[in-house]
Write a protein that binds this ligand. Structure first.
Ligand code: NIG
Ligand code: FE
Length: 407
């Protein structure tokens, strides 16, 4: 199997634990060996075992080598534009008012239903390419702009196709319970039944679903409705996650924790109870600084309390047309620190090891023997630079499943 040896680098292994407690897991003067799709060895260069003569050698010139970034919460597949609503907000309307007037998510639904699978693929591929250029090697993509079987499945097929054609791992999340479609106006229980009895089973039968999500909110679905969808997911042995406590406290985080959920996402209005339940269940807190910023939210997620409780924190773009039209993972590292005051160590963990946990996998997100060789070599002398500067792409080179990715 082909081997690549990357030497003369500072490794940000992101291994968390007793000996490398909650930091970058730094190894200065490090080296890493790739064999096939995996990391074979990593550690201090002076302990590097003898390598075969035909191994490819890469001089890192003192840069930082980290795991590829993982964006664990996106809504990447959609058509249309919400620039008009952006403008309405600047004229004084609120996000909730626009949604209640039939705009918001429903306006993207109309455009997404009208687009062909190929058109959606082209639109989403451009967004994915932007993330890949910034060092993202793994992405979650939700449905939720179809709200009927045909379009939800169309979105998920596009997500699978992105994973098959681009140098990136894609995890799909079924989010049909994102908003109430016009056909079910005044019959939200009927829509939930349609999701559980028809849409989800069909999406699962086509192999399109890795996890199930719900928007539990005043303008989304109630706790009871969320629970119905979670039970249906359980019936298929699928893990759940939740858009929780974004605009108000619905006690959603405790609910998703009850179902051993992978993550509760947004969390501006999260309560102490919710934190305790998440801690107990091992549910990851996914914070979305882009949505916080773009909606000009003023209530911060309870970051100190999450930290004190030891709940793992992930960071994601939430890339979507309404609340976070921002396709930039590096900006999220920057905003996690500047807006949410996460330390650079926490921010990078949020887009590597903790993001992997939010996706329910432990194949990537750290530099360690046996993990998938998804790596980024950065033109920086220390990892804190990745949060500090913004605007010049520091990515020098990257590998996906052990292979160098060339533009
Ligand atoms: O994560 N909260 C619900 N869903 C998206 C927004 C979707 C939209 O406005 O189109 C979010 O913020
Ligand atoms: Fe979202």
């Amino acid at each position: 199997m082909p081997r690549t040896v990357i030497h003369n680098v500072t490794l940000a292994t992101m291994q968390q634990g007793a000996d490398r407690s909650a930091g970058f897991g730094l190894v200065e003067n490090g080296a890493l060996v790739i064999e096939g799709e995996q990391i074979l060895w990593c550690g201090p260069q002076d302990e590097l075992p003898q390598q075969p003569e035909d191994a490819t050698n890469v001089d890192g010139h003192g840069g930082v080598l980290s795991p590829g970034l993982i964006d664990c919460h996106t809504h990447l597949v959609w058509a249309g534009s919400r620039a008009n609503e952006f403008s309405m907000r600047l004229h004084g309307a609120s996000y909730e008012e626009i949604a209640n007037a039939g705009g918001g998510i429903l306006s993207t639904v109309r455009a997404t239903r009208a687009a062909s699978e190929d058109e959606l693929y082209q639109l989403a591929a451009v967004r994915a390419a932007a993330l890949i250029d910034q060092g993202v090697t793994e992405l979650e993509i939700k449905s939720g702009y179809g709200l009927d079987t045909e379009t939800e499945l169309k979105q998920l097929r596009v997500a699978r196709r992105l994973g098959a054609t681009l140098p990136i791992n894609v995890h799909t999340t079924f989010l049909a319970a994102h908003a109430l479609p016009e056909e079910y106006k005044d019959n939200s229980d009927g829509y939930i039944e349609y999701i559980c009895e028809q849409m989800l089973p069909q999406a699962v039968a086509e192999g399109l679903v890795d996890a199930v999500d719900v928007f539990c909110e005043r303008i989304g679905f109630s706790r009871a409705q969320t629970e119905r969808v979670f039970k249906a997911a359980q019936g298929f042995n699928l893990p759940v996650k939740l858009h929780a406590e974004q605009l108000s406290d619905q006690d959603g985080a405790a609910l998703v924790a009850d179902y051993q959920g992978l993550s509760a996402d947004h969390l501006e209005y999260l309560s102490e109870q919710g934190i305790a339940a998440m801690k107990q269940a091992g549910t990851v807190a996914v914070l979305l600084p882009g949505a916080f910023y773009f909606l000009r939210e003023t209530k911060y997620p309870p970051i100190d309390a999450l930290r004190a409780a030891g709940v793992p924190i992930a960071i994601a773009t939430d890339a979507n047309p309404g609340s976070s039209p921002i396709h930039n993972a590096q900006l999220m590292l920057h905003m996690a620190s500047t807006i949410f005051r996460l330390t650079p160590e926490e921010a990078l963990a949020g887009m590597t090891c903790h993001a992997a946990k939010a996706l329910g996998q432990n194949e990537s997100g750290v530099l360690q023997a046996g993990k998938q060789a998804n790596l980024v070599l950065w033109n920086v002398a220390e990892p804190a630079e990745l949060c500090y500067q913004f605007g010049v792409n520091p990515l020098r080179q990257r590998w996906f499943k052990g292979r160098a990715v060339h533009d």
